[in-house]
Design a protein around this ligand. Structure first.
Ligand code: ADP
Ligand code: ADP
Length: 234
């Protein structure tokens, strides 16, 4: 079944007199349980596309449907609510808060939901285990962990709210090969558990672990390629 659908999405940035057509009519359906890579040269619109899929920014025109519901018709509060319930984000720079512990970082998405502390902690432990992390990390600060460990904490934070979709922007871009492999193993495991997963990456060894590669060029999907599993990092 369909989780996200983009219909003829255009995104035009205007800075002063300068216009950039970052997306030029993208149409795309992502089904439940998909594992998709988005590739393309720098400036081709990958981040902009991820921002559209993640409801982080509004398209200039076109429609976005989440589970069949037209979110471009919703107020920004309603959009934020859909985003918080349905979508988990993972970034290249981890985006963890260093003055908070690992436990506090992972439980952040649960705080606005008014979930009692004991239940939050139980869910944090569960999410960290799913993300391939270790309970001994919970009282530490993120910067006491390696990059690969921090990314697994970030994945735990992304899944603790039990989203439908995980969107990852260059999740292995700052990691060595061994850590990249662990992180990709984690995404595969989560996807096998049913989580729809979309990964923007420059790394063919990551893209080849997915089931579909979208090649972006000059703001359009230029082609859809079959991954070569023999060239997956795992
Ligand atoms: P990619 O992620 O593939 O590198 P982006 O989506 O970041 O591509 O950018 C696509 C194009 O849109 C580029 O020309 C970029 O400079 C431009 N762009 C992206 N974000 C903005 C913005 N907030 N304001 C103005 N131009 C932007
Ligand atoms: P990536 O490394 O994923 O390709 P970019 O470096 O293209 O990301 O962009 C990082 C962020 O900066 C994005 O959120 C994008 O929207 C914004 N951005 C990119 N190009 C521009 C630009 N020309 N003007 C303003 N913001 C931009």
């Amino acid at each position: 079944s369909e989780v996200i659908r983009l219909e003829n999405i255009w995104k035009i940035y205007r800075v002063g007199d300068v216009e950039t057509k970052a997306l030029r009519g993208v149409t795309l359906t992502v089904n439940r349980g998909d594992l998709v890579a988005i590739m393309g040269p720098s400036g081709s619109g990958k981040s902009t596309l991820l921002n559209m899929l993640g409801l982080l920014d509004k398209p200039t025109s076109g429609k976005i449907f989440i589970e069949g519901r037209d979110v471009t018709a919703l107020s920004s509060n309603e959009v934020a609510d859909v985003r918080n319930r349905k979508i988990g984000f993972v970034f290249q720079q981890f985006n963890l808060v260093n003055r908070l512990t690992v436990l506090e970082n992972i439980e952040l998405p649960l705080i606005p939901r008014g979930i009692p502390r004991a239940i939050r902690v139980r869910r944090v432990v569960e999410a960290l285990r799913m993300a391939g992390g270790d309970e001994s990390w919970l009282p530490k600060r993120p910067n006491q962990l390696s990059g690969g460990q921090q990314q697994r904490v970030a994945i735990a934070r992304a899944i603790v709210g039990e989203p439908e979709i995980i969107l990852a922007d260059e999740p292995t871009g700052n990691l060595d090969r061994a850590s990249a492999k662990l992180v990709m193993e984690t995404f595969i495991k989560l996807n096998n558990a049913g989580l729809t997963t979309i990964i923007v990456t420059h790394d063919p060894e990551i893209a080849n672990c997915t089931r579909k590669i979208l090649l972006l060029r000059d703001g359009v999907i230029k082609s859809v390629e079959d991954p070569n599993p023999e060239k997956c990092i795992l």
